[in-house]
Design a protein around this ligand. Structure first.
Ligand code: RFL
Ligand code: PHB
Length: 401
């Protein structure tokens, strides 16, 4: 077994692991990213698509926002539609913010491309199997790749290894809060020019539908389906038909085209706490999951990684451990705010299969609220766009070498 030492060992080349690696490398801190999948797999995995302003600011801060700035679609609002009645939520007017539509896998391609160019260590096909001694000053992990088994010792281990990673199981007495929704999202990617300038979140008595996009010629759309749904029951023409029915509104037509990808995403919420044990830290989906209705999963993963990166930089470069000590508490507080918002958006927009008439009327009252009350629309807009990158984050660039 080969052995080596680094300052920070990062498990997972998703958004959390890659942005953390970038922050540390820019500050001159040695780190290695270990990813079980291949580069092709990671770069092709279609997931989220909405970047909050802080996420755009962060990608800019680490110098990987060139393509994002030219190809990203800046949206200053969203449409909410309730049974064919469409309402515009204008971020520009209500909170002066915007979001950028840019696929998660494009963010990953940009980060991986830049990392490879700098020759910062990133190993694909490297599955971490054991994490040990996290309570000591020199925790260890073991991974296997095509060349055999390897052992790495580090000052810190960051488990950015997603929902099915091994980081979570290495935190003793972890408490996990779970909620499963009785529906999933059937998502498609299609070679079709979007028929809308901004995203449409549509509630209908047939269920929820979302009209999103990736570029001026690629649409991304979703349908709420029961969580027991079998994808093979849906032909491409049935998918388009159902989307047209749920997104219908006067004078509006969904643009169809060739469907290039179909997938099913279960809707669930998870919060695991604490996000730290000794020298092991969790970031992103390894510690929490939100349903995609608020478009927050990717953004939250980037926020964790930024918070952790700042803490580690202060600890290693400034010999100041206080910031890192507050990491888990800061993240968990933020995560519950986002859980609240994602749950609100999900309950507002989805057909609740088992709701009684009383619960349906409450949902209608909330739908009416965001449509007619500026205060309720402003609250939604503020939480959707998130806050801009704060000074604490920006100040770390002073450590960049
Ligand atoms: P990721 O992206 O899951 O990355 C974790 C990485 O760790 C690797 N890994 C390991 N590597 C080495 N050794 C091990 N033992 C390992 N175990 C795991 C994995 O291969 C993987 O590459 O987590 P991260 O960085 O925390 O990022 C989180 C985001 O990816 C996630 O929150 C969002 O994509 C969630 N999400 C969505 N969010 C949205 O806001 N809008 C969406 O439309 C949306 N769609 C989705 C989604 C998540 C999905 N998943 C996870 C099932 C659609 C899907 C299908
Ligand atoms: C997407 O474009 O994939 C997307 C957009 C908004 C969401 C979720 C997913 O809330």
């Amino acid at each position: 077994m080969s052995q080596y030492d680094t300052q920070v060992a990062i498990i997972g080349a998703g958004p959390a692991g890659l942005i953390l690696g970038h922050l540390l490398s820019l500050a001159g801190i040695d780190n290695v990213i270990l990813e079980s999948r291949t580069r092709d797999y990671v770069e092709a995995r279609v997931r989220a698509g909405v970047l909050e302003q802080a996420s755009v600011g962060l990608l800019d801060l680490v110098g990987v926002a060139d393509r994002l700035k030219t190809e990203g679609l800046v949206h200053e609002g969203i449409y909410l539609q309730f049974n064919q009645q469409r309402h515009h939520i204008s971020f520009g007017e209500l909170v002066e913010g915007a979001v950028t539509i840019y696929g998660q896998q494009e963010v990953l391609k940009d980060l991986i491309g830049d990392r490879v160019r700098h020759e910062w260590p990133l190993i694909f096909g490297a599955e971490v199997q054991v994490i040990e001694d996290v309570g000591s000053a020199k925790p260890t992990l073991r991974y296997r790749d095509k060349d055999g088994d390897h052992e790495v010792t580090a000052s810190f281990i960051a488990a950015c290894d997603g929902t099915h990673g091994i980081g979570r199981s290495s935190i003793p007495s972890m408490r996990t809060y779970n909620h499963d929704y009785p529906y999933s999202w059937l998502g498609i990617l299609a070679d079709a020019a979007p028929a809308t300038d901004e995203l449409i979140y549509a509630y209908s008595d047939r269920g929820f539908a979302l009209y999103s996009m990736r570029s001026p010629s690629i649409s991304r759309l979703y349908l709420q389906v029961p969580s027991t749904e079998d994808l093979t029951h849906w032909s491409h023409s049935q998918i388009w038909e159902e989307l047209s029915l749920r997104l219908a509104s006067t004078g509006f037509e969904v643009t169809t085209g060739e469907i290039t990808e179909v997938g099913l995403t279960p809707m669930r919420s998870v919060v695991s706490t604490p996000m730290r044990h000794g020298h092991l830290f969790l970031a992103g989906d390894s510690a929490h999951v939100v349903p995609p209705t608020g478009a927050k999963g990717l953004n939250l993963a980037l926020q964790d990684a930024l918070d952790l990166g700042v803490g580690i930089i202060h600890a290693i470069k400034g010999r100041d451990y206080e910031d890192l000590d507050g990491y888990s508490d800061r993240c968990i507080a933020r995560v519950w705010q986002i859980q609240r918002f994602s749950n609100f958006m999900t309950s507002l927009m989805h057909l609740n299969y088992s709701a009684d008439e009383y619960q349906r009327q409450l949902q209608r009252a909330d739908q009416r609220g965001v449509s007619i009350s500026r205060a309720e629309a402003t609250s939604l807009a503020e939480r959707y766009v998130g806050r801009p990158l704060d000074d604490r984050a920006r100040s770390i660039s002073k450590w960049f070498v």
